[in-house]
Design a protein around this ligand. Structure first.
Ligand SMILES: Cc1ncc(COP(=O)(O)O)c(C=O)c1O
Length: 375
């Protein structure tokens, strides 16, 4: 059998990784400024993470959601405390798309309505309702296009109000900082206005923190930069440091009932322990402080690069905008300078998503190599 060929691949075969260093099958080392798409949060093969997962495997790796799993309760409690979201309940699932799918479904159950407001250039995943709220015609099949979704621009409160007041909207879904799109984000005023309008009209506000959550933006959740309280928050990527795990944080005013949501694999023992290990490392190693310091350092260093037209993002969810398309630069960085970086649907943006414990020295290497690659 061959693989279903959907991914254009770089010709690199990683076989081991430690911290932000990835080693390929030829012994070549790469610095990982991409984190496998914002997934590696506490660094590859963190010793505490490895120990927690190995110890758990020695006990029990999986049982379904038909029996008690105290690890889920432990995780919900710790997550509530570290994120300052104690007044939410946690539903565990497996991927970012699945988290958004469940969030949208809950909003529809809650309101009895079905139209969704999403934003231009958004990315919320590749499954049913999640892909329908993704502003990319090419990855929406006719089946997905049956969903009722309206895409609005950021920062146009009049357009937003007109759509909400039509009375048929169940949810507004917004990436707190756009990831795949290229790090755009609206103003705090816009966030606060849409939050208010949603509350007034009983529309469920969903903050997609799949990429921007878990400390990446310098606050636990990126919406916390804007002093709003969404009704539902979705999380995934950095949560498991590579273990497939995702979650939906549901404000306690939205009530659960048996069978409303469900999954076979979601919240299994290994997934819980992977996430607990990430939270423990974040807390014990003060990673959010590092995110803020290194994020600010990155912005300063970027000023030295004359070809950079603009810096974007917050914390360690970063982008450098050039006045040329960066595909060739990314190839050069990976093959000649051994640096992994990310792209965006805005083809002029080089995305930088390193582990949250990256050091200044590693950041310096990145900028030294970038300067050479651009010269
Ligand atoms: C903001 C956001 N939401 C949802 C998703 C989908 O997550 P997954 O690929 O785990 O389904 C992504 C993935 O890139 C994302 O960036």
């Amino acid at each position: 059998m061959k693989l279903f060929d959907v991914y254009p691949l770089y010709d690199v075969t990683p076989i081991s990784a430690k911290g932000i260093v990835v080693t390929d099958d030829k012994g070549q080392e790469y610095l990982d400024f991409y984190g496998g798409h914002a997934v590696i949060s506490i660094g590859h093969s963190h010793p505490h993470y490895i120990k927690r997962l190995k110890d758990q495997l020695d006990n029990i790796g999986f049982y379904s959601n038909a029996v008690q799993n105290p690890l889920q309760v432990k995780l919900a409690t710790k997550l509530g405390k570290l994120s300052h979201c104690d007044d939410y309940n946690l539903f565990l699932c497996n991927t970012g798309a699945e988290a958004n799918e469940n969030a949208l479904k809950l909003a529809s159950f809650q309101t009895g309505k079905s139209r969704v407001i999403a934003f231009k250039n958004s990315f919320h995943g590749r499954t049913s309702a999640a892909v329908a709220t993704t502003d990319n015609e090419k990855i929406n099949a006719p089946l997905n296009k049956q969903q009722k979704v309206t895409f609005l621009p950021f920062d146009n409160i009049t357009a937003f109000k007109i759509e909400i007041e039509k009375g048929d909207v169940c949810a507004v879904i917004i990436e707190s900082i756009q990831g795949v799109g290229g790090l755009d984000e609206p103003t705090t005023e816009f966030y606060q206005q849409i939050s208010k309008i949603c509350k007034e009209n009983k529309v469920v506000l969903i903050a997609d923190e799949v990429q921007s959550g878990f400390g990446r933006s310098g606050k636990f959740f990126a919406f916390q930069h804007h002093n709003i309280q969404p009704d539902i928050i979705t999380i995934a990527k950095g949560m498991g440091n590579g273990f497939p795990v995702a979650g939906v944080l549901i404000h306690e005013k939205i009530k659960a009932s048996y069978g409303l949501l469900g999954t076979t694999f979601g919240g299994n023992h290994l997934a819980c322990v992977a996430t607990l290990a990430v939270l423990e490392v974040m807390e014990n190693e003060n990673l959010m402080e590092n995110v803020n310091q290194l994020g600010a350092y990155f912005m300063e260093k970027a000023k030295e690069i004359t070809q950079v037209k603009r810096t974007k993002g917050k914390g360690l969810m970063l982008g450098l905008e050039f006045d040329f398309e960066v595909a060739e630069l990314r190839k050069k960085l990976i093959y000649e300078h051994h640096l992994f970086t990310g792209g965006a649907s805005n083809k002029h943006i080089l995305r930088i998503l390193p582990a949250l414990n990256i050091t200044k020295a590693q950041m310096d290497v990145f900028f030294d190599k970038l300067k050479i690659a651009l010269s």
